[in-house]
Design a protein around this ligand. Structure first.
Ligand SMILES: Cc1cc2nc3c(=O)[nH]c(=O)nc-3n(C[C@H](O)[C@H](O)[C@H](O)COP(=O)(O)OP(=O)(O)OC[C@H]3O[C@@H](n4cnc5c(N)ncnc54)[C@H](O)[C@@H]3O)c2cc1C
Length: 334
């Protein structure tokens, strides 16, 4: 096991923040992961996936364990469906591509989301009307307390909007090692209602392959590529407010958009609120708000995690003052 000390994480987080880990190890097998988790000389462990949902504001104490376990296998097949298992360190988009190449349906709307397969369960990744919970079968994890293996069912994972048990009751207690998803072989449940998917499809047949291609082209045209400019995708969650709060806001802002959540609440796009306060393209040193996507904070080069955080906090305060809404960070602030 190759443990490196004072290891720079700049290339291991999509914000491109230059923070170090006291010690760093990349694990390629579950045995190596267990060995690393058992190391007594590092009482504190930090689990790192693709680094695409992190804002590093301080050095990582103890051992940073980079999950790099690979493998995809079919574990069950019926006439209409399959259950496929992928190791936590597989790249999410590679897994989606694999499923499309097999002709399976269910993952197409989740194309091109950065990060690892294992982490997908943590915030119940979602895009274009589909969330991980819609295809989730179960996942395996190792408990940090006693290194025992445990399985989480759909119910136990307790998925919610950009949330799960791994962000709430089970936060920091488990390392996810394998994810199993249930995909369709035929009679796919296609979702083309969201965003510009129908437009991007044009005359093409709506099938998993064409929908994946449409989602990829929409995402490439809209979202900044972390290889070109550091970012972690949407920085804030879309807030949910009561209908009475929303109707108050509508008096001042008649065009404020919303999506129904239930009979008493609606969701408002956080990007709209931020844009309304003219933050698009705003910059403080190398920390900024993307010029086309108000929800995406960016690192123009040498911003520190704390500079990005202080910009995020300024946005939170201004949104609170104007709309009486507190924006919650989607990104994990470390
Ligand atoms: C350009 C861009 C676009 C994005 N678009 C979307 C989108 O459309 N929808 C969406 O939902 N998200 C989106 N994201 C956010 C991000 O891709 C997802 O949250 C992704 O699941 C993060 O995976 P990761 O492996 O990079 O996590 P990391 O950033 O490495 O880790 C995130 C957190 O999970 C913990 N962790 C990592 N691996 C494990 C594990 N195996 N077990 C336990 N804990 C672990 C880490 O300690 C950390 O707290 C986007 C990000 C970017 C940069």
């Amino acid at each position: 096991m190759q443990i490196q000390s004072s290891f720079s994480l700049k290339k291991f987080n999509t914000f491109g923040i230059d923070q170090t880990a006291e010690a760093f190890v990349s694990v390629q097998t579950e045995e190596a992961l267990k060995e690393a988790l058992a190391l007594k000389e590092f009482p504190t462990k930090f689990i790192l996936g693709g680094g695409s949902n992190l804002l590093l504001t301080r050095p990582i104490k103890g051992l940073c364990i980079h999950i790099n376990t690979k493998g995809i296998r079919l574990i069950k097949e019926t006439k209409n469906a399959v259950i496929v298992e992928a190791m936590a360190g597989e790249n999410w988009h590679d897994f989606v591509n694999w499923s499309i190449s097999q002709g399976y349906g269910g993952m197409e709307n989740l194309s091109l989301i950065p990060g690892n397969v294992g982490t997908a369960a943590i915030q119940n990744i979602g895009a274009y009307g589909v969330e991980l919970k819609d295809i989730f079968d179960s996942c395996s994890a190792i408990a940090l307390s006693d290194l025992q293996e445990i399985e989480f069912s759909l119910e136990e994972a307790d998925f919610d909007y950009r949330s799960s048990a791994f962000k709430t009751s089970a936060k920091g207690k488990y390392v996810i090692t394998r994810l199993r998803v249930c995909l369709t072989k035929e009679n796919h449940k296609l979702n083309t209602d969201y965003g510009a998917i129908k437009e991007a499809l044009g005359d093409l047949e709506p099938n998993p392959k064409n929908i994946a291609a449409a989602v990829i082209s929409i995402r490439q045209s809209k979202l900044p590529d972390p290889k070109e400019i550091g970012n972690s995708g949407s920085f804030f969650k879309n807030p949910v407010v009561s209908l009475s709060h929303f109707s108050q806001l509508q008096k001042k802002y008649p065009t404020i958009p919303s999506y129904p959540v239930n009979k008493t609440q609606v969701k408002i796009p956080a990007g709209w609120l931020i844009d309304c306060l003219n933050f698009k393209g705003y910059r403080e040193g190398d920390a900024g708000v993307h010029k086309n996507q108000a929800l995406v904070l960016v690192n123009y080069g040498s911003a520190s995690g704390n500079q990005i955080l202080s910009l995020a906090q300024k946005i939170q305060r201004k949104v609170k003052e104007e709309f009486d809404i507190w924006l919650e960070a989607e990104v994990n602030i470390i």
